[in-house]
Design a protein around this ligand. Structure first.
Ligand code: ASP
Ligand code: MG
Length: 402
């Protein structure tokens, strides 16, 4: 078997954890498997690098940031190579150049285009454990790039696809994917399996366990993933396509407090208004999430939409500067988006109603609603986030042993 094992920052945060990771890899190696290990930077090292950079220059060039970032992962893999060799196992560390890992040229947010597998294959043939830097790549200018925060997951999936691996294991500091964040919903339960689409919705909603592009890539390439803890031997959560798998009505509840609502009142009720408004925002790279338009009356209508909190002031500025077709603009930053995700809701009526009932029972007002085939999201007052999550989680019986 060829196994790709990826370990996040907390899993390699110190010497003891490095040895723990090494031993887990060596265990598989000694059973006769080919083992490729992908590592993140140790602990919060990437954050420390950002602090250092900002101290030098509050607006550091993205290219230099990537140049800086890559030392974090390079440190992890080199030290891991030393640890494994100290444990008597031949191991070799490789960075993005040595592999080579080709990406698009966008610094800070590059996408993997192609991975050369010869070098890794050669080292595996020499019976070495191969330790590869996560998160980084090289572009056509022979510069380092990075894949965006949390990008090591994507490195692992891309490697698993390129090497046609038999398993891709993502090790983290939690036991797997939960029905909700256990810190907010005490009755949350670990899921044994979940579909790519559900995982993708959860990852995008900020559930935090996997980089969303890694899930996208896994789905596209058909790479089955296991998310599990590096700190115990619990079995983790399998992420896969499987049509045979019983599709759960609702498999998870997630919340995102990073939302702000902007409301525009008194727009003309005529063609082209929404186009002009959102076109201005798009041209300035402002991502819009939920959108609500009211029924027109007296030939006016209202439109409200949500953006990331960090973009709220800029979005208002853009609207005020470029779009003059409204009477009043209003911003609300203390809002949160609470969502339920489940592949089974596609073929079941009443899922949304049940969620709304749970919120009604708690007296929580819904400000906006949006849906996809397998997701229902509501925007509520931020202070009710935890209450809403627990109420919805209970309503769907997610904490029970089903
Ligand atoms: N070290 C990078 C980060 O902190 C990449 C990763 O951990 O996946 O974002
Ligand atoms: Mg991560």
């Amino acid at each position: 078997m060829l196994i790709v094992k990826k370990f996040g920052g907390t899993s390699v945060a110190n010497k003891e954890r490095m040895y723990n990771v090494a031993n887990r890899c060596i265990e598989d190696y000694k059973k006769g498997n080919d083992v490729v290990v992908v590592l993140s930077a140790m602990g919060k090292y990437t954050d420390e690098l950002i602090d250092m950079a900002k101290d030098m220059n509050p607006n550091p060039p993205k290219r230099e940031m990537d140049m800086l970032f890559t030392i974090g992962e390079q440190m992890s893999v080199a030290l891991m190579g030393m640890v494994m060799n100290n444990l008597g196992v031949p191991a070799i560390s490789l960075n993005a150049f040595q592999v080579a890992m080709h990406t698009t040229s966008v610094y800070g947010n590059a996408r993997i285009k192609r991975i050369d597998s010869e070098r890794i294959r050669h080292e595996l043939d020499q019976k070495k454990i191969v330790i590869v830097t996560g998160f980084q790549g090289i572009n056509k200018f022979d510069d380092y790039t990075t894949l965006g925060r949390g990008g090591s997951d994507t490195t692992a999936v891309a490697l698993a696809a390129a090497l046609n691996a038999d398993a891709c294991e993502i090790y983290t500091d939690v036991d797997g994917v939960y029905t909700a964040d256990p810190r907010k919903v005490p009755s949350a339960r670990k899921l044994n399996q979940i579909t790519y689409d559900e995982m993708l919705e959860l990852a995008t909603l900020g559930a935090g366990v996997l980089h969303n592009r890694s899930v996208e890539l896994a789905k596209k390439q058909g790479v089955q993933l296991v998310v599990r803890s590096s700190l115990n031997t619990s079995e983790g959560t399998i992420v896969k396509e499987d049509a045979k798998m019983e599709k759960m009505l609702v498999s998870g509840v997630a919340a995102d407090k990073d939302a702000a609502r902007i409301a525009l009142i008194g727009l003309k009720d005529e063609p082209g208004v929404a186009f002009r408004l959102f076109n201005h925002l798009a041209r300035h790279n402002i991502n819009v999430d939920m959108i609500l338009q009211s029924v027109g009356r007296d030939s006016t209508k209202d439109i409200s939409f949500t953006v990331a909190v960090d973009n709220a002031d800029e979005a208002v500025e853009i609207v005020e500067r470029h779009f003059h077709e409204y009477e009043k603009i209003d911003v609300e930053k203390n809002v949160a988006k609470v969502s339920i995700v489940g592949a089974g809701m596609m073929s079941n009526a009443g899922v949304a109603a049940k969620m709304f009932e749970a919120l009604y029972d708690e007296g929580i007002n819904i400000k906006m609603i949006s849906t996809s085939e397998i997701r229902v999201s509501v925007l509520i007052d931020e202070k009710y986030t935890e209450r809403a999550m627990n109420a919805v989680h209970d309503k769907f019986g997610l904490g029970d042993n089903r």
